[in-house]
Design a protein around this ligand. Structure first.
Ligand SMILES: [Fe+2]
Ligand SMILES: [Fe+2]
Length: 198
């Protein structure tokens, strides 16, 4: 595949972008990011979505996952976001704040990529096909292993909406079992899945 599209959507060549991303995370997470990009590309091909957008969104989706909490809280204040956000950790923040940081630091301005990164931690009641692809690719990439993964991988071959529903449902069950806070938008995503897709 031609790599010109990296420079179209970011300030960098493919090599530069990968080294930027790599420098911000553990080796294990970098492997995850590469696998999400591959899985997102496959899903994009299957569901007729721009493959280059899917690849870049996959590569940058966890760009901010390992930032210190202090830096992320400062960013929440700087952006004047809802202060309720500060009680949640970076497992939530790195979506919405990640979209800001990839714009600032990687020069990504494509609104579809920014939105897919912003909503990948919680889903959203209104998700584009690209949003769904990144959300699902993050969950089913080949390094993932959990009970039921083969089921959701099969569902994702045929029906992205059903795959999103499976993912949000099981994510919420997992969070409730751990007795941790649930971000309201995650519940909105679940409600939308149940009402729209039955
Ligand atoms: Fe993430
Ligand atoms: Fe991820």
């Amino acid at each position: 595949m031609s790599s010109d599209f990296y420079q179209k959507y970011t300030n960098f060549s493919e090599k530069e972008l990968l080294s930027k991303i790599k420098s911000k995370m553990s080796a294990k997470r970098f492997q995850h990011v590469l696998a999400v990009a591959d899985t997102a590309e496959e899903l994009a091909r299957r569901f007729d979505v721009d493959v280059n957008l899917a690849r870049i969104a996959g590569l940058v989706h966890d760009y901010a996952k390992e930032r210190p909490d202090k830096e992320m809280i400062a960013l929440i204040l700087e952006l004047d976001l809802d202060s309720e956000l500060t009680v949640f950790g970076n497992s939530i923040w790195h979506g919405i704040l990640g979209s800001v940081l990839i714009e600032r630091e990687l020069g990504i301005t494509n609104s579809q990529i920014l939105q897919a990164v912003a909503v990948h931690t919680t889903g959203s009641p209104e998700m584009s096909l690209l949003d769904k692809i990144i959300y699902v690719a993050d969950y089913i990439e080949p390094n993932r292993s959990f009970e039921g993964i083969e089921t959701v991988r099969e569902i994702a071959q045929k029906n992205l909406d059903e795959a999103v529903k499976y993912e949000i449902k099981h994510t919420l069950i997992h969070l409730i079992e751990k007795e941790v806070l649930i971000f309201p938008k995650s519940l909105e995503t679940y409600n939308a899945c149940v009402t729209k897709f039955g």
